[in-house]
Design a protein around this ligand. Structure first.
Ligand SMILES: [Fe+2]
Length: 302
């Protein structure tokens, strides 16, 4: 099980539950939508760690910035979906430039390394889909972003995720540690709790009726310090060390988080039809709107 050090000044929204328990209660959509961090108890991916350890961690040799970015937040199926390569003049050529870059750069041009990583990532992909189905049996996704992080992450700033889209959608997220070492996070207040507690102090009423990402950017950047002043905030935190192969779920726009250390991870995201949520009123945009309404009603009554 993950090692968790809970901070007394942060609500304890961490829930540990086995896949059997989750299936028995008909999923965890309700808990997820309420902003709980759900850890899958008694479960580990039986992942081939060495498959990813053999990959290059550096993409510096790729001059195309867009291609480099795509390898950093890599869509996992590029490894195991698509036409097999053809051998031309003694070199393996893939039709897809991203698959070619994976093969040439991450896999050092070695087919065995490529195929071993593809097998490992196919397995974690299938498991993530199975876990999604058990956790969210009623969710209907309309977009799927299955990405893996294969490069080291250290000392992030505390933040809530901003997908730079103000669409009123719901997201489901599954995370897994794909490394043989712990993945270490801090987690702190949920966005709506923080906004409620600091509403007047930071004049958050000016963001009412606007894209919630504007308020989110303001708090994460100007108030907590953002990437320019990492670790300068004084928010209390729970500390979590996820074990190798451990899987967890959470709405990362609600739960503030900060990766302290991690080597490789699966970060899968589904855009979900709001009508299929356990409580459609708990979609992110609506929860933020509700904070504005609540705080303005309180101010009017005072
Ligand atoms: Fe994040």
């Amino acid at each position: 099980m993950a090692l968790i050090e809970r901070h007394p000044n942060v609500p304890d929204y961490i829930v540990e539950m086995s896949l059997e328990e989750i299936a028995d209660r008909g999923g965890i959509a309700d808990l997820f939508e309420e902003g709980h961090l759900i850890l899958i108890k008694d479960y580990r991916l039986e992942f081939d760690w060495k498959a990813l350890a053999a990959l290059s961690k550096s993409t510096e040799s790729i001059s195309d910035a867009e291609l480099r970015r795509k390898l950093k937040k890599l869509t996992a199926p590029y490894f195991f979906e698509g036409k097999p390569p053809e051998e031309i003049n003694g070199k393996l050529i893939f039709r897809d430039p991203i698959r070619q870059a994976i093969y040439d750069t991450l896999c050092h041009g070695d087919l065995e390394t490529f195929e071993r990583a593809a097998r490992a990532l196919r397995y974690s992909h299938d498991e993530a889909l199975r876990i999604f189905d058990i956790c969210f049996p009623h969710y209907e996704p309309f977009r799927f972003v299955p990405s893996v992080r294969l490069t080291r992450t250290l000392f992030e700033n505390l933040h809530w995720d901003n997908h730079s889209i103000d669409d009123d959608f719901h997201q489901a997220r599954v995370f897994a540690n794909l490394d043989s070492r712990p993945r270490i996070w801090s987690v702190s207040h949920r966005f709506t709790d923080w906004a409620r507690d600091h509403y007047h102090e930071h004049d958050l009423g000016r963001f009412a009726g606007k894209d919630p990402n504007l308020m989110l950017n303001h708090i994460a950047g100007s108030v907590l310090g953002g990437t320019a002043n990492t670790w300068m905030d004084s928010e209390p935190r729970h500390r979590v060390a996820f074990e190798p192969g451990e899987v967890w779920l959470g709405e990362s726009r609600l739960i503030s988080h900060q990766i302290y250390y991690g080597e490789a991870a699966l970060v899968y995201m589904w855009f979900v039809k709001v009508s299929t949520m356990a409580s459609p009123d708990r979609r992110f945009n609506r929860q933020v709107e509700a904070v504005h309404q609540e705080m303005q009603a309180k101010a009017a009554a005072a």
